[in-house]
Design a protein around this ligand. Structure first.
Ligand code: CUA
Length: 349
C-alpha cells in the first residue's frame, strides 16, 4: 500500500495541473448559440475525465519506470508475476461506467438540442452546399443569398442539401455540425444568441476547393434582419420582372439582374467584385483586359472569353488559379442569365 502513495499523489498533482490548464486555455471560439451551452459543458466534463485518466496512466508509468528499474549489481530478471483479478475487474468496470455514463449524458444533450422549439415559429433556411460554395434560400421571403443573415434570439431550422458530393455545414461559434448529402434532406436547429460576424465552414473533405468552401454569417437584431430581407426581396424582383417582359426600373437593368444571378448561383463565393483575391480571379476590371492563361498564352477578356469561361471553365484556365470551378453552369444557367452575368462583369470597372 505504501508503494501506491507516490503514484496516487502524482496522479492528483498532474490532474489538477491539467484541469487548470484546460480552464485557462481557450479551445473554442466565442459561443453564439443556445444549443452550444450544453455542448461546452459536455466538452468540459470530457476534458476533466480525460485529464484524470491521462494523469493516472502517466503517473503509474513514470513511477514504475523509476522505482522498478534494474539497479547496479542486479544481473537477474525480476520474479515472474501472475495477474491480479481485482485489478483487472477494476480497470474494466470503472471505464465501462465512465463510457456508458458519457453516452447517456451525450444522448440526452443531443435530444434536448435537436427538439423543435414549440410553440415558437422558426425561421426556415434551405442550405445548399456544392463544390465549392454555399447558397442560402429563405422560402418565406423568396430570397436566395450567398451570405447567411440571421436574426438574433430566433430559432432557425436549416434544411441541408448538397448537389454533388457530401459537404458538412459547420459554424464553429454555433457548435453544431451536420452533413449536407445529395438526395437527402438533413435538418439542424440553431438559435443564435450573440450578434456578430462568423463563417460557415465545410467540415467534410469534398475536393480541391474544400478549404475555400466558406460563407459569411451575420447575426443581427430583428430590425436589421427585416431591413435586409426587404432589400434582398426588392433585388430578387428585378430579374423576375425582366423575364416577364415588364419594364424594370430603368436604372436596375441587365447589370442588376446579373448581380442577382451571380449571387444566387454562388459565383460571388469565389469571385470578388472589389479586386480581392479569392478562389477565382476577381471580376473587378476584368472585362477588356489581358488574361494570362496556364499555358502561358494571353487572351483578351471579351464577351466570348467570359461566356466560354462560364460554360467550360477548365478550357482556358487562368495562371495561378486552381481548376476548381464547377462545370455545371452550362446546364444551370440560361443564355439570358449568362448574358446578364457578363453585363454585370462588364460593369465592374
Ligand atoms: Cu464542401 Cu468540404
Amino acid at each position: 500500500m505504501k508503494k501506491l502513495a507516490v503514484p496516487i499523489l502524482l496522479t492528483l498533482i498532474f490532474s489538477v495541473a491539467l484541469i487548470q490548464f484546460f480552464e485557462q486555455v481557450r479551445l473554442t471560439p466565442v459561443l453564439a448559440s443556445s444549443q452550444g451551452e450544453a455542448i461546452d459543458v459536455l466538452l468540459r466534463v470530457v476534458l476533466i475525465l480525460a485529464s484524470v485518466v491521462f494523469s493516472l496512466v502517466i503517473s503509474f508509468f513514470l513511477y514504475s519506470l523509476l522505482s522498478f528499474r534494474r539497479r547496479p549489481g542486479e544481473p537477474e530478471e525480476g520474479p515472474p508475476m501472475e495477474g491480479s483479478t481485482s485489478l483487472e475487474i477494476a480497470w474494466t468496470v470503472i471505464p465501462l461506467f465512465i463510457v456508458v455514463g458519457l453516452s447517456i449524458y451525450s444522448a440526452r444533450i443531443l435530444f434536448d438540442i435537436t427538439a423543435p422549439p414549440n410553440p415558437e415559429k422558426e425561421l426556415e433556411v434551405k442550405v445548399t452546399g456544392f463544390q465549392w460554395a454555399w447558397t442560402f434560400e429563405y422560402p418565406e421571403y423568396g430570397i436566395t443569398s450567398p451570405e447567411l443573415v440571421l436574426p438574433v434570439n430566433r430559432s432557425v431550422l436549416f434544411r441541408l442539401h448538397a448537389t454533388d458530393v457530401i459537404h458538412s455545414f459547420y459554424v464553429p461559434e454555433f457548435r453544431l455540425k451536420m452533413d449536407a448529402i445529395p438526395g437527402i434532406e438533413n435538418l439542424i436547429r440553431i438559435r443564435p444568441t450573440e450578434k456578430g460576424t462568423y463563417k460557415v465552414r465545410c467540415a467534410e473533405m469534398c475536393g480541391t476547393g474544400h478549404a475555400y468552401m466558406e460563407a459569411p454569417v451575420r447575426v443581427v437584431d430583428e430590425a436589421a434582419f427585416q431591413e435586409w430581407v426587404t432589400k434582398q426581396a426588392a433585388l430578387a424582383q428585378v430579374p423576375a420582372m425582366a423575364e416577364a417582359g415588364e419594364a424594370a426600373v430603368p436604372t436596375l437593368t441587365a447589370v442588376e439582374a446579373g448581380r442577382q444571378y451571380a449571387q444566387q448561383f454562388g459565383c460571388l463565393a469565389c469571385h470578388s467584385v472589389d479586386g480581392t483575391r479569392m478562389v477565382g480571379p476577381t471580376w473587378k476590371g476584368l472585362f477588356g483586359h489581358q488574361v494570362i492563361l496556364e499555358d502561358g498564352t494571353t487572351v483578351t477578356a471579351d464577351e466570348t472569353y467570359l461566356r466560354n469561361s462560364i460554360v467550360d471553365p477548365a478550357a482556358q484556365l487562368v495562371r495561378g488559379y486552381p481548376n476548381v470551378m464547377p462545370t455545371t453552369y452550362k446546364d444551370q444557367l440560361t443564355q439570358e442569365q449568362i448574358q446578364a452575368i457578363i453585363e454585370y462583369i462588364k460593369s465592374l470597372r
